[in-house]
Design a protein around this ligand. Structure first.
Ligand code: FEO
Ligand code: CA
Ligand code: CA
Ligand code: CA
Length: 836
């Protein structure tokens, strides 16, 4: 393109028709002004200079002179501007980068280019040339930007009980993918009145963990795919009331088949293609779109594959199963697969009274199964969530419904091949999905153990070093685990075509460990290896018979090893710059002063405020108070020698959740204030190392799933730039807790706490009513942040709609609209990295 500039564009040249000699004089005087007039600090951030223009008027073309300056922001992740001017008869101008880490220039063929400052080390200099072309001759000037440290770049969002997603000024929200949205051609638009069917071709409910995978034009993984990708997300659970016209049918004791099928299909995982034109949208008929549900065929991998404990009437060789359920958080593998994790699966199974006796009668195997079912929370005399096993189907051969009843048939073979007594052992695993191959069969990775899997975060990958995978078991007083692969990392595996084969390589063989946190700030990883320590047939509480037995009963093995009972381990996240691992401990209502320890040091009462009191003016009441570790905390650890293979670590607590009004000495230990107080941390994620939010000073995102502070605010998303293990001190906590029965106990605990976060922790988003904020990932460039809003209005129903989100995100709706879990995309209006 040709751009002609007139003299009036700029203010550096006072002459209208200069002679060459005048130009040179002006140039040099300006350079002297530039070099002499800027302070050292300013000059270190932005630089610019005039270069001698070589245009001359001896060929009849006026001489051209150019200037180049940099402005905007120089902080990592923010938008820098490059402004050029050219005086004379100019045919074209262009900005090109001449030094420093490569950035993508927007408007490179104009006088005003912009770029996002990369996450390079502070002080790194990027240099750009502004070149004007006139009659085939070029004239250039340069400008430079010196990278400044990443810092949070938004004003904190205030706590809110409004029915809307609120983000900071300068940010925008796009609703992308809602419960019921069609994902295949020919599927009707969602009526949202309870009549919709075919959820195997629609978005499921309760959006949870989520990963974005860049997608190339050829349909392959693209690590730089910032405008086209596959979004993979979990559908953890359902808000049953809204899925049917007038709520669920329960009369008569048997659930209608169509209702049960819909409810099942609303669980599982979505894979959808998403694209960005001016705004983000998903592609309703993409060939990549896929729903994985509790009906989808799965195969078992790893040490438990083929073990008798997985044998069912569906898979008599114990190698296959159907579906995945209650998929909570996720894992994003560097070889471009997705891990989905089975969390509260136990509740879905029916177990009738008498089952234990039938199992025990079959001998030691049955007795061990009874012990295991008890430890994993499946006692007798329970109907199973949603009563799916009660369905009577016209297809007599179908086992889709009776599989949810694990009661052992007295007349069935004791080995489980004739019924579904072992169906519950097929759940509680980490499941690997190849999102790029819709025909692929997901693999349940049994080497990572069986528990209430929250998420599975891989640590840093370093060539030649065995990678670690960090996992929380989310139930009260459960444990934190890591799996260390037997296979040292090889970078070429990140681009392999057979992605599930790479998963086999890293995820099927290795060692599972559980964490013990010591009071002195040290910790140990205890190996769950059959035959070692107490993990033998001689273990009195549960005689272990094999490595498959140890993995299937990881909780029982961890009990025997003396792991530390934590306050509900939720997500794990690894700082990409330091390798330090963070884990949310969401809350623990069963923690009492007598069971506190250094790493779970608080047990107290969090009173409810009078309804609607946002200013804490009234004295709190103890009615409906939350007791125990009511608000949760975020623990972190640094592996010994900073290696994923370590057997020991150092730990401290990054931050303790608390209302800012609570006791600063014993509860609000991190000194939270109105800009950053939070409760029940759950989702946890670091920005990607491919952009400034995951590079030198990575941003960590904290999402809440709260019931304790919801008298004051809806759930939220916070951003922080954390320090590192050991940047704080020890702290003595005095606990006093009075139970509802008026029994008071106390304890004094010394814990280890990180530096108070202050302004480096800030509230970024508040969600709509009765929601949980969960699932978070971004494009590689960090400029589009995907977030899930789960179960808005979950306490209502068709006759009592308590949230109309997301229908009301654009403005109030005339009549209540059934709420829908949904994925949103957040972008910064100036195009910078979200959060910075
Ligand atoms: Fe599905 Fe532990 O949250
Ligand atoms: Ca969760
Ligand atoms: Ca939770
Ligand atoms: Ca939830």
């Amino acid at each position: 393109m040709t751009t002609t500039y007139d003299d009036g564009d700029i203010d550096t040249n006072p002459t209208l028709n200069p002679h060459l000699g005048d130009l040179i004089e002006v140039r040099y005087s300006r350079r002297q002004t530039l070099m002499g007039g800027l302070s050292a600090a300013t000059a270190a951030v932005f630089g610019g200079m005039l270069l001698a223009g070589c245009g001359s008027d001896d060929d009849g073309v006026n001489p051209v002179t150019v200037t180049a300056t940099a402005g905007g922001s120089s902080a990592a992740g923010r938008v820098a501007t490059l402004t050029g001017s050219a005086i004379g008869q100019v045919d074209s101008v262009t900005w090109t980068q001449t030094a420093g880490p490569t950035v993508e220039l927007a408007g490179a063929m104009t006088s005003a280019a912009t770029f996002v400052v990369p996450g390079a080390a502070t002080g790194t200099i990027l240099t750009f040339a502004f070149t004007a072309t006139s009659a085939g001759k070029t004239t250039a000037a340069t400008a430079s930007v010196t990278v400044g440290a990443a810092a949070l770049g938004f004003t904190a969002v205030t706590k809110s009980l409004a029915d809307a997603v609120a983000v900071p000024a300068g940010y925008s929200v796009t609703v992308l993918y809602r419960l019921g949205d069609p994902i295949a051609a020919g599927v009707a638009a969602y009526a949202n009145d309870g009549t919709d069917v075919n959820f195997a071709r629609r978005a499921g409910d309760h959006h949870d963990g989520m990963s974005y995978f860049g997608l190339s034009a050829a349909g392959a993984p693209d690590p730089n795919g910032n405008t086209r990708g596959l979004l993979v997300l979990n559908h953890e659970n359902i808000t049953q009331a809204y899925l049917h016209p007038a709520g669920p049918t329960t009369a008569g004791g048997a659930r209608p088949e169509a209702e049960a099928l819909k409810e099942m299909e609303c669980h599982g995982v979505s894979v959808i293609e998403a694209t960005k034109a001016t705004a983000w949208s998903y592609v309703p008929a993409s060939s990549f779109n896929r729903r994985i549900t509790p009906l989808t065929p799965m195969s078992f991998s790893g040490p438990v594959r083929g073990d008798a404990i997985l044998r069912t009437a569906y898979s008599t060789d114990a190698t296959a199963g159907r579906g995945t359920i209650n998929n909570c958080a996720n894992g994003t593998m560097p070889w471009h697969t997705y891990l989905t994790n089975e969390e509260n699966w136990a509740g879905y199974f029916r177990r009738d009274t008498g089952d234990a006796a039938v199992r025990s009668a079959s001998g030691a195997v049955g007795a061990k199964a009874n012990a295991s079912l008890t430890r994993y929370g499946i006692p007798e005399n329970r109907p199973g969530n949603y009563g799916w096993s009660t369905v009577t189907t016209a297809d007599a051969a179908s086992t889709l419904y009776r599989r949810w009843n694990i009661t052992a048939g007295a007349a069935s073979q004791a080995d489980g091949s004739g019924d579904f007594r072992n169906e519950a052992f097929q759940f509680g695993w980490v499941v690997e999905i190849d999102p790029f191959d819709p025909a692929s069969t997901p693999r349940k990775r049994t080497a990572l153990g069986r528990m209430n899997h929250e998420g599975c975060q891989i640590g840093r990958t370093i060539a030649g070093v065995r990678p670690a995978f960090y996992m929380g078991d989310d139930a009260q007083n459960e444990y934190i685990y890591k799996f260390v692969s037997a296979t040292p990392w090889a970078a070429a595996d990140a681009t392999a075509a057979n992605r599930l084969a790479i998963g086999d390589k890293y995820l099927d063989t290795g060692t599972l460990y559980v964490a013990r946190f010591n009071a002195d700030g040290s910790g140990e990883w205890l190996a769950l290896v059959f035959g070692e320590g107490p993990l033998t047939a001689a273990n009195a509480a549960y005689p272990f018979g094999s490595q498959a037995d140890v993995l299937t009963n990881a909780r029982l093995a961890a009990d025997a090893l003396g792991a530390t009972r934590m306050d509900r381990p939720e997500w794990t996240a690894v700082n990409p710059a330091t390798g330090e691992m963070y884990c949310t401990l969401t809350n623990n209502s069963s923690r009492t002063p007598t069971t506190t320890n250094a790493s779970n040091p608080r047990a107290y009462t969090d009173p409810k405020k009078p309804q609607g009191d946002l200013v804490n003016a009234d004295p709190p009441t103890t009615a409906q108070a939350t007791r125990g570790n009511a608000n949760g905390h975020v623990i972190r650890l640094r592996e010994t020698g900073d290696t994923s293979e370590a057997l020991g670590f150092a730990w401290d607590v990054y931050a303790f959740g608390s209302g800012s009004d609570l006791d600063a000495t014993n509860i609000n230990l991190s000194g939270l204030d109105a800009t950053n107080d939070f409760s029940s941390p759950d989702g946890l994620w670091f920005g990607l190392p491919s952009n400034a939010s995951g590079t030198v000073s990575p941003v960590m995102w904290i999402e809440t799933d709260d019931g304790a502070y919801t008298d004051v605010t809806n759930c939220m998303l916070l951003a922080c730039i954390p320090g590192s293990v050991g940047d704080g001190s020890t702290r003595v906590v005095n606990n006093t807790l009075t139970t509802a029965a008026n029994v008071t106990t106390t304890s004094t605990v010394t814990t280890r706490i990180g530096k108070s976060p202050g302004a480096t922790l800030r509230r970024f988003l508040v969600g709509p009513k009765e929601c949980e904020i969960t699932g978070i990932h971004s494009t590689p460039d960090g400029r589009s942040l995907f977030v899930n809003v789960q179960h808005p209005g979950e306490n209502g129903g068709p006759a009592n709609i308590t949230s109309s989100w997301p229908a009301n995100q654009a403005g109030a709706v005339a009549a209540p609209s059934r709420p829908r879990s949904a994925t949103i995309v957040i972008t910064k209006d100036d195009g910078g990295v979200v959060g910075l």
